[in-house]
Ligand binder design. Structure first.
Ligand SMILES: Nc1ncnc2c1ncn2[C@@H]1O[C@H](COP(=O)(O)OP(=O)(O)OP(=O)(O)O)[C@@H](O)[C@H]1O
Ligand SMILES: [Mg+2]
Length: 256
């Protein structure tokens, strides 16, 4: 079942054309990535989805015009408020929805262990490692139990090792929770590891230059055979991003 449906979504800032007609779909329970060069307009697209910016074109969710309040959004930068303890950062999205702080704390507290944050409820964000900060921001995002997760470069600021660990962790979390998710990244490997499908964007003004299905079984971090298939898909996407004719990569059709 298609949940999010974008058709010919366009956005300009004055004379600067940023999005030149984006069409994409996200189905229920699907993990979809948007991969594109820096400055292409990826974060701008999320701002349209959350309603922070107005654009042109059609944006529908469950068949109705989009209401941005339905999404839980993890922004690219400044995800945690440094003056709120980790637990109070985690409850923020729920409090914004109108939940009382106490009830919000009861909702988030049991999740701290699963997010690798047990014992750090009362810590300040500055006392966490980079990976822990990102997990806290993700925790705050997923507890909102919205219809879809929007994740803007959740691991962009992390070192390679922490990033790889976080990707594995998110893959496991997604397997058990099956959130409908839209992830922005410019890391090809991350997109292939996590996604059911990938939309590859051109440089600004952004268009979808390719849609890639990733029909690999999960978990994807376990087997060497899978790693080879993933590498072939990655190579094909890199060629697209670098403007070369794509090498032959089998594109298996997605099951509905
Ligand atoms: N509020 C704004 N006013 C004017 N220009 C903007 C605004 N927001 C973004 N832009 C411009 O739109 C373009 C796309 O920006 P955006 O942040 O969407 O890129 P991005 O694909 O998310 O890049 P990155 O991968 O580096 O995060 C950039 O040229 C940026 O300068
Ligand atoms: Mg961005």
């Amino acid at each position: 079942m298609t949940r999010l449906e974008l058709r010919d979504v366009r956005k300009s800032f004055g004379a600067l054309e940023v999005l030149a007609g984006i069409s994409l779909d996200v189905r229920a329970g699907e993990f979809v990535s948007i991969l594109g060069p820096s400055g292409a307009g990826k974060s701008t697209l999320f701002q349209l989805l959350t309603g922070a910016l107005k654009g042109e074109g059609s944006m529908r969710f469950d068949g109705a015009p989009l209401d941005g309040a339905r999404f839980a959004f993890m922004p690219q930068r400044d995800a945690l408020m440094p003056w709120r303890r980790v637990i109070d950062n985690a409850t923020l999205g729920l409090e914004v929805q109108g939940m009382k702080r106490r009830a919000a704390r009861e909702r988030v507290a049991p999740l701290f262990a699963e997010f690798g944050l047990a014992g750090f409820e009362r810590a300040w964000p500055a006392e966490l490692s980079g990976g822990m900060r990102q997990r806290a921001a993700l925790l705050r995002t997923v507890v909102q139990q919205r219809d879809m997760l929007l994740l803007d470069e959740p691991f962009g600021a992390l070192d390679a090792l922490t990033r790889a660990a976080m990707q594995r962790w998110l893959e496991g979390m997604w397997q058990s929770h099956r959130w409908t998710a839209l992830l922005i990244t410019h890391d090809v490997r991350e997109a292939v590891l996590l996604s059911d499908r990938i939309y590859v964007l051109s440089a600004r003004p952004a268009r979808v230059v390719r849609e890639v299905a990733v029909p690999l079984p999960r978990p994807r971090t376990e087997s060497a055979a899978l790693a080879r298939e993933a590498a072939a898909i990655e190579a094909g996407i890199l060629d697209t991003l670098l403007g070369q004719p794509p090498i032959r990569v089998p594109d298996h059709p997605m099951e509905n």
